[in-house]
Design a protein around this ligand. Structure first.
Ligand code: AGP
Length: 588
């Protein structure tokens, strides 16, 4: 996923573009670039690395321009592959994937056109240049008609320097009035300011921005009237007194739990959703990454509390497995961004096969929120760090509220969700103790997280957190499964974290702890049972407040989020911007 910005208006464009790119850096930071028209020529500055690498371009003169921050999909991380891409009188920035790029490029090369990059995006500049006969909007519409895949583009033409043209297909794009001019952005934070009026383009829509006019249309150039999107100023994130967004966002978990619970209580019509739940015979859950792990926790609770069958699918698997969608299937998609391509594709497939779609999503104007039949919003606020933390806890709160609603329909008793905000605050305070664990992890060759039932789901999430921001090989594992092979990897001092929040299987999990300990592992414990913290096989532990075991992942994940954060720091990484990753993966 990448971030694109565009500006034309009364201000100098370069600072507006650069500030916007800082707000979009969470979408990718392999390379960055801007192009500003100085009245005669288009000045392009492109660098690999973070947005700060182009601070020198802030002085560029000109009131119209485009900018881009890249997460590499096609083509290595090089300056040549950085956007903006140009050909002839055309310059553009692109977010998405051109699936037929090779064929289109071949056609261009057969016409004698030369390429300087190995990206799919550069092909789009050639397509537009070939279709340009004095009307940029017409040229962009025609060029996009040849593309198979996804795109959000902002296009500039030196022959029409007072104009920007945009197009959207399965990659988010916003246009509007702000910053004393007209703006284009992949996401609200790059355009949000007091008094801004912003519109979200839908798939297949185009926009022409010039002077003070925004013309939005379809491929037939029929004008489309749009309502402005609502957004709040806090869409622009700031660090406050924190070093990193990730640490700040972990501290926000208690408030996020409260807000998510209150949002559902205040604004969600459970009675309508209960009608759906009453007709539900079977639940399918689809998600990716951390959201997939919250789906696993949800399934465990649904089956244990409500005795309702449910299956969880990795979205990128679901969409290619020819899924069986029987009558009475409810598909619940979980996504922080609401823009994950694999999750959206799985939802579209299930919808075509007749499933009722419910979405648990954090971003109000996202594609998933618009696609679903029923939407339950988490109130995690903007999550800037690439590693999901507070959004995971917020998803669990909303999913467990569904469990409670389903339980009452099925005549089952659900444990209470009251008091989790204060318990989470205590878990954060207790979790700070993991800083003493870091020396065992920072220099380790690998690390293992084990648990049973819900504790295993949390072990999987703890492992993903550690991997994605500390780059330490790690595995989350069913505690009972360790002895069936993976135990061979345990060596003296290998760090193993056991999650133990259920008394009825505590001794069983401790069996796995003993197995690892007797092979020399350094074992760490996250538990609410004090009696297990002092054993000789435990190097260190975090004692959490007691809570209903089936809902315990809301708390037991917190020390693991903190462990990943502090280990990442110890290994010299930037926890907010881990290598190779992006906040939302809007490509397949
Ligand atoms: C989480 O730490 C990861 N950054 C990643 O796995 C993420 O959860 C996944 O890409 C799904 O994103 P979504 O929730 O926005 O759909």
């Amino acid at each position: 996923m990448c971030g694109i910005v565009g500006y034309l208006g009364k201000r100098q464009a370069a600072p507006v573009l650069i500030e916007g790119l800082y707000q979009l850096e969470y979408r990718g930071y392999d390379s960055v670039g801007i192009a500003v028209f100085d009245g005669k020529k288009l000045r392009v500055v492109k660098k690999t690395g973070l947005v700060r690498e182009i601070e020198t371009a802030r002085q560029a003169v000109g009131r119209v321009g485009i900018g881009h921050t890249r997460w590499a999909t096609h083509g290595d991380v090089t300056v040549e592959n950085a956007h903006p891409h140009t050909y002839g009188n055309i310059a553009l920035v692109h977010n998405g994937i051109v699936e037929n790029a090779a064929k289109l490029r071949e056609e261009c090369e057969e016409r004698g056109e030369a390429f300087y990059s190995d990206t799919d995006s550069e092909v789009i500049a050639h397509l537009i240049a070939a279709e340009y006969h004095g009307d940029l909007l017409e040229a962009v519409i025609r060029a996009c008609g040849k593309i198979v895949g996804s795109y959000a583009v902002a296009v500039f033409c030196e022959d029409e320097p007072e104009r920007l043209v945009c197009a959207r297909m399965r990659s988010p794009l916003i246009v509007g009035r702000a910053k004393e001019g007209l703006v284009v952005a992949s996401d609200i934070p790059a355009a949000a300011e007091e008094g801004a009026v912003l519109y979200s383009l839908e798939d297949g829509e185009f926009a022409s921005l010039s002077g003070d006019e925004i013309f939005i249309c379809n491929a037939a150039k029929s004008k489309i009237k749009k309502e402005p999107i609502e957004f709040s100023e806090e869409g622009r994130a700031d660090l406050g007194a924190y070093r990193h967004f990730m640490r700040k966002e972990i501290d926000e978990i208690p408030v996020v739990l409260r807000d998510s619970r209150e949002e559902i209580a205040r604004n969600f019509c459970f009675s309508d959703f209960c009608k759906v739940l009453c007709q539900t015979e079977y639940i399918q859950i689809v998600a990716c990454g951390t959201a997939y792990h919250s789906g696993l926790c949800f399934q465990a609770a649904l089956e244990r509390v409500c005795r309702v069958p449910a299956d969880v699918f990795i979205a990128s698997e679901y969409r290619y497995m020819d899924p069986i969608v029987r009558k009475g299937t409810l598909l619940i998609a979980i996504s922080q961004s609401g823009e994950t391509a694999d999750t959206l594709a799985a939802v579209r497939l299930a919808k075509r096969r007749g499933a009722h779609i419910a979405a648990v999503v954090n971003v109000k104007y996202s594609s998933l929120a618009r696609l679903a039949d029923t939407v339950l919003f988490t109130q995690a606020g903007r999550e800037v760090a690439v590693a999901a933390t507070k959004s995971f806890n917020a998803q669990l709160m909303v999913l467990y509220l569904i469990v409670a609603a389903m339980a009452s329909i099925k005549g089952k008793r659900s444990p209470t969700l009251k008091g989790f905000e204060s318990k989470a605050a205590r878990a954060i305070a207790a979790g700070e103790a993991v800083q003493s664990w870091v020396p065992y992890f920072a220099g380790a060759k690998s690390a293992y997280f084990i648990g049973r039932g819900e504790d295993m789901c949390v072990a999987l999430e703890g492992s993903l957190k550690l991997k994605e921001i500390s780059y330490l090989p790690s595995e989350g594992y069913a505690a009972g499964e360790l002895k069936h092979g993976t135990l061979a990897l345990i060596e003296p001092y290998t760090p193993v974290v056991a999650v133990l929040m259920r008394r009825d299987i505590a001794e069983k999990t401790m069996n796995a702890v003993h197995e690892a300990y007797s092979r020399g592992a350094s074992v760490f414990l996250v538990t609410c049972f004090e009696e297990y913290c002092g054993g000789k096989e435990i190097t260190a532990s975090v004692l959490l407040p007691k809570c209903p075991p089936v809902f315990s992942p809301i708390l037991s994940v917190i020390p693991l989020q903190l462990l990943a954060y502090y280990t990442s720091l110890a290994r010299g990484n930037d926890p907010d911007k881990p290598r190779n990753l992006a906040k939302s993966v809007t490509v397949e």
